[in-house]
Design a protein around this ligand. Structure first.
Ligand code: DX5
Ligand code: ZN
Length: 217
């Protein structure tokens, strides 16, 4: 259980005090801070950009797991790197040269992540598996926090874990959307090791207990 990564999503934090909210997550046992960037185009919502990532980077010391739900990750990449991202995850469905973007992320010294939407089959990411440090399987349609976990994604998580073993690779398998202790346990059985959780952590009465329950589920 100790090698599970728990990544609270800043999207569910109180935006009037992002520095304190990040400190609260760290003190509650968070391993990474997940940061959801939405451009109003790739998804039907607008969240925040590099300036907020830089603020969190400057006020706290935690691994910043940046999830770009934007149409042109290649165009904005340099700015997200400069802001202090530790890992940058781009979508396979976005409008860019996926392999080239992943190579640029690694060359900048960041971990490279590749995300896929619920409707996208696992086959879409197979050509890129040797270029990634993290595979993000969306367990909701991205755009909003607080949605219900899609259990029908479990076979895809299992396939991601089987491919990893077959190819002798070691990327993290991260799940994102509707994750709490119950759904995290199902994802862990399927092969996930990194768990993004927004509502179930930041909005819990006891954040440390919520993070521990996901870690030990
Ligand atoms: C969804 C985002 C998620 C979201 C998760 O578009 O990518 O990271 O913040 O929120 P919860 O855990 O509330 O489903
Ligand atoms: Zn996310």
């Amino acid at each position: 259980f100790q090698d599970r990564v728990i990544a609270p999503s800043l999207l569910a934090a109180d935006f009037s005090k992002l520095g304190e909210e990040t400190s609260r997550a760290i003190n509650a046992g968070a391993d990474w801070m997940h940061m959801d960037v939405m451009d109003g185009h790739f998804v039907d919502n607008i969240s925040f950009g590099p300036a907020i990532i830089q603020t969190v980077h400057e006020t706290n010391d935690i691994f910043l797991d940046v999830h770009l739900m934007i149409s042109r990750p290649d165009h904005y990449l340099t700015r997200f790197i400069a802001a202090g991202s530790d890992s940058i995850t781009v979508h396979v469905e976005a409008d860019h040269d996926v392999a080239e973007t992943l190579i640029r992320i690694r060359e900048a010294g960041c971990q490279a992540g590749l995300a896929l939407n619920p409707a996208t089959p696992i086959e879409a990411v197979i050509p890129y598996l040797d270029k990634i440090d993290l595979l993000l399987c969306m367990t909701v349609v991205p755009g909003f926090g607080g949605q219900a976990f899609m259990a029908e994604m479990l076979p895809k998580i299992k396939a991601a874990a089987e491919l990893r073993a077959e190819k002798g690779l070691s990327y993290h398998i991260e799940v994102d959307g509707g994750i709490d202790a119950t759904t995290a346990a199902q994802c862990a059985v399927a092969g996930a090791n990194a768990f993004v959780a927004g509502s179930s952590t930041f909005k819990a009465p006891d954040m440390a207990a919520a993070i521990a329950s996901i870690r030990h589920a």
